[in-house]
Design a protein around this ligand. Sequence first.
Ligand code: SF4
Length: 247
Amino acid sequence: MRVRLAGVGHSTIDIVGDVSLVVWLCGCNLRCPFCHNWKIARNDPALCREVEIERVLERLESARGLADSVLVTGGEPLLQPEATAAILSKASELGMRPVLESNLTIPEALRTVLDLAFVNEIVTDIKVPPEAMMGLSPEVARRAWSSFLESLRIAVERVPRVTLRLPIYPGELRRRDTYLARIGRYLEQVRSIVEPRLESGECRVEIVAVETEMVETPVPPAELQRIIETSLGLTEGSRHEDRGRRH
Ligand code: SF4
């Protein structure tokens, strides 16, 4: 099996508290306006190449004992579900925690991965409002949002830990009330799915500003975080303060 790959490397920032081995897979079905890895998402030939999966698995073997976890990210790993599952399975076999970072908009591929591999944690963004945050036409973004909710249901049922991050679009923040009204019904939909996990403390939520323009907002970050945590029904125990790097 061949896999389209941008690279493999050690990181101490992608999963806070872990030394992780990060595998970046190429291609993405979204075009988020804040994308940190847009060249990987767009399959830039200067970065992306096809390699045999065995080469990636050998790289994991060489990291045995040197990393706590293996993070498969991108781009969107679920565009290559069999390769993603093979890498995550190898991580478990080698005693490293398997972690998947995904936009969770391809539920059938998520099922495939979870049928083939154990995943200890899924990290994803709540991209709201979807028509502004996914980089797609409004109609396609609405369908992608439905797929996200379906995938989120699968994730909270089958994966021990789910980390949700809320990217914040700085332009929206200048009109706080309008912004909160726009995202409110989406957060409520997310809350209805993850609430049992929030109560058990197994679902972590992280508030992330996506650009440094955040400092220009009239809303202090702490206040914004409190408002959004309240919207999501977060308790003290379910809140998570760690911040890894976003993709
Ligand atoms: S932020 Fe993630 S989901 Fe969005 S375009 Fe970039 S790689 Fe894809």
